[in-house]
Design a protein around this ligand. Structure first.
Ligand code: TXA
Ligand code: MG
Length: 316
């Protein structure tokens, strides 16, 4: 998209949510808060609007997108839910879980959302602003994270504006996102499989299903498309498991390792997840190389380490 549009910053009043819903219904792009990260929303039934998402993000390829809906009934109108899917939906929706499910024949979803495939990724967000917007828009909203392709996901409206100002019609500013990591993605093609670690810990999903999730690292197959090894890329080099910084490195601490800033001084993984992208944005703004203290690889720590590993991966 070469032309520049004026990006309106909207608050969370009923009138502003209604305006945002009308803009989506007109095919405009509206970034909005969810409990995980800010999403770049378009009407999921409108090919033209969904195509504009890829242009605004500068996405290299047409990866499939998550359709956000207001409630389970709205998800059921689009997809078939297996017994396992239903169990996860009732335990974790609304919330930071995306289910990849067979799309119903004739469901009014743009083929760009599924990348022409037979499955739709669907999520019921818990943010009350997202819910209000979904009800105002009167249709499912396709939304990737609201960052330019390959950049750090946004957890504030300011992050959204720094990447996408002039490329989207509006952003709803509702302050920082409480979870701070993208949703966990589970698919069911050959039994339940973890396609992306995220805001709901893997252990909680496995406890709910009473079975282990397949992991792409174990099977070599199921994974969410578009998960590049290098992602969430700050400008500087990123070094992990750093207890002490090298000269000129900006150090992100955790627990007893203080750093220049800390993900969580108490070693609280939930707090660390909520702060992760904000800290990477701050570190990135210094222009320095970045190093990060070790984070335990359990619960939300798994998703935090997944994002850090991508931030540290060699750039393609
Ligand atoms: O928390 C989140 O999930 C945020 C907020 C805005 O909801 N969204 C988000 O979207 O992280 P995005 O586009 O940045 O990541 C979505 C992931 C991609 O890796 C994509 O490949 C995968 O979901 N995905 C989408 N549709 C899929 C499908 N039909 N099958 C498999 N994976 C799919
Ligand atoms: Mg993303």
């Amino acid at each position: 998209m070469n032309e520049t549009v004026e990006t309106r910053v909207l608050g969370t009043s009923d009138a502003e949510i209604a305006e945002a819903g009308q803009r989506l219904a007109r095919g405009e792009l509206v970034a909005f808060p969810t409990e995980t990260v800010y999403g770049l929303g378009a009407d999921a039934t409108n090919d033209y609007a969904v195509a504009r998402i890829f242009a605004a993000k500068g996405r290299p390829s047409f990866n499939p997108l998550i359709a956000h809906v207001a409630d389970l009934e709205a998800a059921e109108a689009l997809c078939d839910l297996s017994e396992d899917a239903r169990r996860l939906a009732s335990a974790f929706w609304p919330g930071a879980l995306t289910l990849v499910l067979p799309l119903k024949t004739g469901a009014p979803i743009s083929k760009l959302v599924t990348a022409g495939g037979k499955n739709l990724a669907v999520r019921v967000p818990s943010s009350p602003i997202a819910t209000a917007l979904l009800r105002a828009a009167l249709s499912p909203i396709a939304a990737p994270s609201a960052n330019p392709s390959g950049k750090i996901s946004p957890t504030t409206a300011a992050h959204v504006l720094s990447g996408l100002s002039g490329r989207i019609e509006a952003v709803i500013d509702a302050g920082p996102c409480p979870v701070g990591l993208e949703s966990t993605i589970v698919g069911f093609d050959e039994g339940p499989a973890l396609l992306r670690a995220g805001g709901i810990p893997t252990e909680a999903i496995e406890a709910c299903l009473g079975t282990k999730l397949q992991r792409h690292t174990e099977t070599g197959t199921p994974t969410a498309p578009g998960q590049l090894a290098s992602h969430y890329a700050p400008k500087g080099r990123v070094r992990l498991n750093a207890t002490t910084p090298e000269e000129d490195e900006f150090h992100i601490g955790f627990g007893t390792i203080d750093g220049d800033i800390s993900l969580s001084r108490n070693g609280d993984l939930q707090e660390a997840a909520a702060h992760l992208f904000e800290m990477l944005h701050i570190a990135d703004a210094t222009g320095c190389d970045i190093c990060v203290a070790p984070v335990p690889d359990t619960g939300l720590g798994r998703a935090i380490n997944d994002r850090l590993t991508r931030a540290a991966a060699p750039r393609g």
